[in-house]
Write a protein that binds this ligand. Structure first.
Ligand code: GLU
Length: 303
């Protein structure tokens, strides 16, 4: 059934004249071919279905904020919420205004300020932060080859002025313990992780499987932590368009400015889509449409 639905989605979306623009504030991302489009859905039993450029790797960008938060939540449990909140920001992902008004406490772990605070926590908690974080991502992806793209990382490091502003503002409120460049370096590497839609949908299966890795059954997050993280994704995972995404799609997920979106249906499947053309809020135009069609055609969402 899923393959037939994905084929229909592919045909319908290819027939649409989608407006949108690649992210160009990270120069390396502006070089990605605008016509790329892929969807991959993996069921909990491991069966997968895909259409389009499913073997191309793309920059996950903010989607990896979910992985960093997963590790921090696993390490600190509820104490992580002394560092980040759980409210949607209703502001752009890199906004400084709210952070100033709220004394440097990031609204949630899925905006830039929140992920920077999470990276600061990981540097405190881990013996070898970069190695341990990447080992963790490879573990939940069940894929030893996952890594970051050097060119994207360099591009972000050179042009990440706003992220530097965010972390210095937080530091001025006493909210960042470690050296700011060290935290930024981990954050930029995290943002530059790349995967195919197939790999990404498999990595998101754990959130559809109540925190357990499918296959090995290892519990990465407790059932309750997974419910909470899925709730954070639902309310905070789409920049200041989480309401629109919930309204049109009805699944928890996370998007990134590389044009990817990962989403999940608890107990059923995880799905990843990729198309680099973004709407003004920073979400993939075709990705959003594809997921809207998926939940419309299957007739299932979490609502
Ligand atoms: N690396 C990007 C940044 O920090 C991530 C943004 C995103 O995907 O939302 O600006």
């Amino acid at each position: 059934m899923y393959q037939k639905i994905l084929n229909e989605i592919f045909d319908e979306i290819n027939g649409l004249d989608c407006q949108g623009k690649q992210a160009d504030y990270i120069p390396e991302l502006a070089k990605v071919s605008p016509g790329k489009f892929a969807v991959y859905l993996t069921e909990l039993n491991g069966k997968g279905y895909g259409v389009g450029d499913i073997d191309d790797k793309f920059s996950l960008q903010s989607i990896t904020k979910v992985f960093a938060f997963t590790l921090a939540y696993r390490l600190l449990d509820d104490n992580i919420f002394h560092h980040v909140g759980v409210e949607p920001s209703g502001d752009p992902f890199n906004s400084l205004i709210q952070l100033e008004q709220e004394h440097g406490m990031p609204r949630n772990p899925l905006i830039n300020a929140g992920a920077l605070a999470v990276c600061d926590v990981l540097i405190d908690e881990l013996d070898n932060p970069e190695k341990d974080l990447f080992d963790f991502i490879r573990k939940i992806a069940q894929n030893d080859t996952v890594t970051y793209n050097q060119k994207v990382y360099q591009s972000e490091k050179t042009t990440g002025h706003r992220n530097r502003a965010l972390i210095h503002l937080m530091k001025s409120f006493g909210r960042i313990k470690n050296d700011t460049e060290k935290v930024l370096d981990l954050y930029f590497k995290l943002s530059s992780v790349e995967m195919t839609v197939k790999e990404l949908s498999r990595t998101f299966l754990l959130y559809a499987n109540h925190g357990k890795l499918p296959g090995t059954g290892e519990q990465i997050l407790s059932k309750s932590q997974t419910k909470r993280l899925n709730a954070i994704m639902q309310t905070c995972g789409f920049y200041d368009e989480a309401g629109e995404f919930t309204f049109r799609v009805g699944l928890p997920g996370k998007s990134g400015v590389g044009g990817g979106i990962a989403a999940l249906h608890p107990g059923e499947y995880a799905v990843a889509v990729w198309s680099p053309l973004l709407n003004p809020k920073g979400n993939s135009v075709k990705g959003l449409k594809a997921l809207e069609l998926l939940t419309t055609k299957t007739g299932w969402s979490i609502f």
